[in-house]
Write a protein that binds this ligand. Sequence first.
Ligand code: ADP
Ligand code: ASP
Ligand code: MG
Length: 402
Amino acid sequence: MSLIVQKFGGSSVKDAEHVFNVAGIITDTYKAGNQVIVVVSAQGDTTDDLIAKAKEINPSPSKREMDMLLSTGEQISISLLAMAIEKLGFPVVSLTGWQVGMHTDSNYSAARIRKIEQERVQKELDKKNIVIVAGFQGINRYDDITTLGRGGSDTSAVALAAALHADLCEIYTDVDGVYTTDPRIVPNASKLEEITFDEMLELASLGANVLHNRSVEMGKKYNVNICVRSSLTKAPGTIVKEVVDMEKMLVRGVAKDSDVARISICGIADTPGKAFKIFSLLAKKNINVDIILQSIGRDNMKDISFTTPEDRLEEALQILEENKAVLDYQSLDYTKDVSKVSIVGAGMVSNPGVAAKMFEALYEAQINIHMIATSEIKVSVLIDAGCETKAVRAIHDKFELG
Ligand code: ADP
Ligand code: ASP
Ligand code: MG
């Protein structure tokens, strides 16, 4: 007997027919003699619809109340899925994040899981129940509901698999695995049999939303192998694991992210400590900064540019404006009209020329690069918004990933 965690995304449970399809997958797994924990997301576009509803009432609601609202989407799916399984004649119980004891910090809308209690889930498994858990939600130390960030149900699933020492964690979605790039943008993208945690973490963080990046982080930390597969076909899927059997590929995948804003701080004194001051102010407010570029000093002045997620732009600008006197800069320049395109691959560390090949693809497509960032396993470029799909296709073709 194995313990299997199965997670189903919103598109997999979008209506009654899909709910019964998922119920079939779960009960087949249970019938085969396994214990099954299921994590489920809100149906279809429910989360987006709830966000729109909130905005009708208050354009800038508190994050606490947003989490209270958004967590209801998952509560609908767990009960409906449990009802479908009851109808098929199997023992089942649905549980919210707080019933499970999914403890998080208090960073509403992007909470991190701190601890998962095992008692309740274990008790239900011992009673031979199929256990359905609401993804994406947790509870903080004030007993308030938190959410883990968009796409966070993947993280709920991997965290439960880690806490309960599951034998397998399956993420069922609307594609049959992880591809060299989003198959909806590049139809000839190839499915990967396997990918390492590190590569998947980069791809997910750089915009490949097939997995929530923190689920991959958690899989790596607790060594939970993750299988990404389709809820609509029986195709084998992609395994995310520590070591892959395939030779290190130069470029494993291409990702794009349109949720990017660029801020430039112009005319800062070319003295030690400026970068420290700027980025510690932003870090205090949990603002994620990605690509950073500093110009060389000229006339004792320099410029520092960096990117943030779009929804943190206003806050970042406000912090910089409030601290203008301390930071002592001349002006701020910013835009949301940028996108990030990245290549990821563990093989690039030992192969010079990979970045040049990417830049050649962009040149041939006549796409201008604004900023560049590299690490051992990735190269990212910042380009004009609207060019990202063309860029992904050009780079994907150049590296012959199709
Ligand atoms: P779910 O609702 O099941 O969580 P998501 O929409 O979050 O599903 O993730 C699945 C989507 O991720 C796919 O429909 C696909 O368009 C997108 N995607 C982006 N990059 C990739 C990639 N490299 N491989 C597979 N899918 C990708
Ligand atoms: N329902 C949440 C969202 O749409 C969480 C998830 O789907 O994983 O982001
Ligand atoms: Mg998702």
